[in-house]
Design a protein around this ligand. Structure first.
Ligand SMILES: [Mn+2]
Length: 384
């Protein structure tokens, strides 16, 4: 049986104030096409379907169309809620939708839902574990006699897995949205302070494949079959160098599992550009590139470009972020100030302030300009 594993769609997300809706529509269509061309039997969605617990009407519509499209193609869907989702809202209509082969995680009340599939090699158990934290499990198991009280994420997930009745003779898949120790993070995720949300990969030892969400870069953790498929789109510039993909999982007889990836081609790529203003604005620099991409431009000019953002956007309309790399922004130098302030002239004080801000002294021209300005302000009576 063949599965397509995706996660962290974050439908409705805004990146640097740009709506990702058109990009998300585009990529979900591509994912549906891959599900068809790869002839997968089911799509696994490992949480963070939406970006917010109360998603926008548009975001809900996009996901509705995606699910309906997959169901129309005869693809089963298994989805769990992530930390960005409301587990109750994701669970809405779960029973009704399961009739069409769309299985979403119910709210965690002590049992994770399990669906049994079968193919020529026998049965496959698919377990849906919504994002859980210690408090959720504590609350769900409150009042159960002799039940250990989970204090950490590790305890919580281990307890949830221990409570699953897993038949080790058949093949088993878990869909979960947690942070497994050792996974490499990036900027668009929400990290718990101090790594409190860590779960050791060994709690998943009984599963043949663990379809994980939460971490935005594609990677396996510990063993190959405990895997984060990554986001379908780049959601921060720390991901600019990544290639996003979906993971295809093929299960044959027990112990025979094959993983592969299919790259995703976004509507707009996200990339970083660096150079002097005149360089990045010259046609030879950008003519063979897609100037509609979401870009971060780092200018290396020593002087800030007035209205730089607006002027750069005439060539790069989707410029998301403008930064400078010059002596002003490089590490702060030690500039001696605040010594004998009263004995210094306005011009000297201004000069020190300028140096502190820009990591370089004023030029002769700037010096003269400021000198004249101070003289004018003081009506010429001051000795600058
Ligand atoms: Mn996420």
């Amino acid at each position: 049986m063949k599965f397509l594993h995706i996660s962290d769609l974050h439908i409705g997300k805004r990146v640097n104030e740009f709506s990702m809706i058109p990009d998300q529509k585009y990529i979900l269509k591509q994912i549906s096409d891959i599900a068809v061309s790869e002839s997968v039997d089911a799509v696994l969605i490992a949480g963070d379907i939406y970006d917010k617990p109360v998603p926008s009407a548009e975001a809900v519509q996009i996901f509705d169309r995606f699910l309906t499209g997959l169901a129309d193609f005869g693809k089963k869907v298994f989805a769990v809620s992530g930390n960005h989702d409301s587990p109750e809202r994701i669970a809405f209509g779960a029973q009704l939708m399961s009739g069409r082969g769309v299985h979403v995680s119910p709210v965690y009340e002590g049992e994770a839902a399990c669906r049994i599939l079968s193919d020529a090699y026998g049965e496959i158990g698919v377990y849906l574990l919504p994002f859980i934290k210690p408090a959720i499990v504590r609350h769900a198991l409150e009042g159960e006699p002799e039940c250990p009280v989970p204090e950490s994420y590790q305890d919580a997930v281990k307890l949830a897995v221990d409570r699953m009745e897993i038949d080790g003779t058949r093949r088993n898949i878990l869909i979960a949205h947690q942070f497994v120790t050792g996974a490499g993070r990036c900027d668009s995720e929400e990290a718990a302070v101090g790594g409190l949300d860590n779960v050791d990969g060994s709690v998943f030892d009984r599963f043949d494949y663990v379809a994980l969400g939460h971490i935005h870069s594609p990677q396996s953790v510990g063993r190959e079959c405990v895997r984060y498929c990554g986001t379908p789109l780049k959601y921060s510039f720390s991901e600019a160098e990544q290639e996003k993909s979906v993971t295809i999982v093929e299960l044959r007889e027990k112990g025979q599992i094959q993983l592969s990836t299919v790259p995703l081609r976004p509507l707009h790529d996200m990339r970083k550009i660096r150079g002097a203003y005149l360089e990045v604005m010259s046609k030879s620099f950008y003519q063979d590139t897609d100037t509609e991409d979401y870009v971060q431009i780092t200018l290396t000019d020593e002087e800030d470009i007035p209205d730089g953002l607006q002027r750069l956007r005439t060539v790069y309309p989707n410029l998301m972020r403008l930064t400078y790399d010059n002596s002003r922004t490089r590490q702060d130098q030690d500039v001696d100030v605040a010594e004998m302030v009263e004995q210094k002239s306005e011009l000297e004080l201004f000069g020190e302030f300028y140096e502190l801000q820009n990591n370089q002294p004023m030029s002769g021209e700037q010096h003269n300009f400021v000198k004249k300005m101070i003289e004018n302000l003081a009506g010429g009576g001051y000795e600058a």
